[in-house]
Design a protein around this ligand. Structure first.
Ligand code: LLP
Length: 432
């Protein structure tokens, strides 16, 4: 019935996350409110760890892509679960380091890292920097040299795979700002350049073909292409690179109709493709890295709102205005993303309304969804939007000077704030 295991309904018919009644959480912390299930997050991390062990002899590491939701507590949980971490900015790096994540398990991404960010990465002894372009390679080599360091790097490669997903989040094809293209020879030239530099050590390649992908084929094709390229590199340079980072992108269920394959299925298939192609090319099976973000935190989160007004426009639509909106969840405005919603107090009742869930911004496009089936709703009701754990808090804005909601973490019957609610003072704290 629900898109995540951590959700159920109690005897009063209220939506619960783990053992906590969402109406009680809304009363205790106020709305809008992000709520996350720690048990679900840990379970999701374990699935990656266990599948790597089961299908690839544990010869790899899953990195949590912290862009999906970055705060200190999530970094701590991912690290406790044995995950490495993918960071993409100085801010994410700072958060990970402050949370006590081991720097050698951090992979630093980004298509335009700044000099201060690279210096911070070197000073914190970040394990791997994933280099995106030649300018960055040159800058990093120089900065590492100035510190008498040799920094381990990977190169980001565009394998040229179309992942059949939303255009905005498709990154594997040539027309992308990320990485070096294979087809044009740019990637091979970058490998040769990196190998010739003295203050960086090239350990492998990285690729990432997109996000919210359901089809396993593009991942398998990518693995084939990347291993083919590793073999070509050996042929042309004599270098046998040991690591292959296959990126993230595993889809999750936002609505009951969606049916993403189990991660285990993907891992089993990709492992067999890697073994097959490595056998054919007589290339040693590489140490592989995965970078799941959405599939770790997405299903573990929900957002609770209070209904302020219900505006029925006869023959047109019914607007239900809630106390949050595009400032805490911009994904409908950006990608027309779908969500399942419910009246948290009437969770088992039939969905008799079709509504447009609207936010509070001075902006007609400030919607969380349109034509959404939901139980009867009226002023004061608590609406739950499901699967909001990924790319909601991390993409939140302060448009119209809306403070960001807090994040409450649930474990069994315990709840704790892991990010506090922003205040109006917080919003003005940098104003001069
Ligand atoms: N690795 C790299 C290099 C990435 O760029 C991304 C996501 C990931 C890993 C994690 O991908 P995931 O497993 O979460 O799909 N804001 C969009 C999603 C953008 C994804 C950007 N990169 C959304 O809300 O759907």
């Amino acid at each position: 019935m629900f898109v995540a295991d951590c959700l159920q309904v109690n005897q009063e018919g209220h939506l619960c996350i783990e053992e906590q009644d969402t109406l009680e959480l809304a009363a205790k912390y106020g709305t809008p409110l992000y709520v996350m299930s720690e048990t679900q997050i840990r379970k999701n991390c374990q699935r990656y760890r266990d599948s790597l062990k089961r299908f690839y002899d544990g010869n790899g590491l899953a990195l949590y892509a912290s862009k999906a939701f970055c705060c200190k507590e999530i970094c701590r949980i991912a690290a406790e679960e044995g995950m490495g971490l993918d960071v993409v900015s100085g801010g994410e790096l700072y958060t990970a380091i402050s949370a006590g994540v081991s720097p050698e398990k951090i992979y630093f991404h980004g298509n335009n890292k700044t000099a201060p960010e690279l210096v911070a990465a070197l000073e914190h002894k970040v394990g791997t920097i994933v280099v995106d372009n030649l300018e960055e390679l040159e800058m990093l080599d120089r900065l590492a040299g100035a510190k008498n360091m040799r920094q381990e790097i990977m190169l980001r490669v565009k394998p040229g795979v179309d992942a059949h997903t939303h255009n905005f989040i498709r990154t594997g094809q040539i027309d992308s700002k990320f990485g070096f293209a294979l087809e044009t020879g740019e990637a091979m030239a970058a490998v040769k350049e990196a190998v010739g530099r003295s203050n960086v050590v090239l350990t492998g390649l990285h690729c990432h073909i997109g996000s919210q992908i359901f089809d396993t084929e593009p991942f398998l094709l990518t693995a084939r292409i990347m291993i083919g390229f590793l073999a070509q590199i050996r042929q042309q340079t004599g270098c046998e690179l040991q690591k292959l980072n296959l990126g993230g992108g595993f889809g999750i269920q936002y609505t009951p109709e969606q049916d993403p394959p189990a991660y285990e299925t993907y891992m089993e298939r990709v492992s067999s493709v890697i073994h097959e192609i490595c056998g054919q090319l007589e290339f040693p099976t590489p140490y592989i890295l995965m970078e799941p973000g959405r599939s770790i935190v997405g299903p573990a989160g929900i957002t609770l709102y209070t209904v302020g007004a219900v505006k029925e426009i006869p023959g047109i639509r019914t607007y239900v205005s809630v106390d949050g909106g595009m400032t805490d969840n911009p994904r409908y405005a950006l990608y027309q993303s779908e969500y399942q919603i419910m009246n948290a107090g009437l969770a088992l009742q039939e969905k008799t309304m079709r509504v447009t869930l609207a936010g509070r911004c001075c902006e007609s496009g400030d919607l969380i969804g349109e034509n959404l089936p939901v139980q009867h709703l009226e002023k004061g009701d608590i609406v739950a939007v499901l699967s909001t754990g990924a790319y909601n808090y991390s993409m939140a804005s302060h448009y119209n000077r809306m403070p960001n909601p807090p994040v409450v973490m649930i474990k069994g019957d315990k709840d704790r704030v892991i990010v506090r609610r922003e205040t109006w003072e917080d919003l003005a704290r940098l104003d001069v």
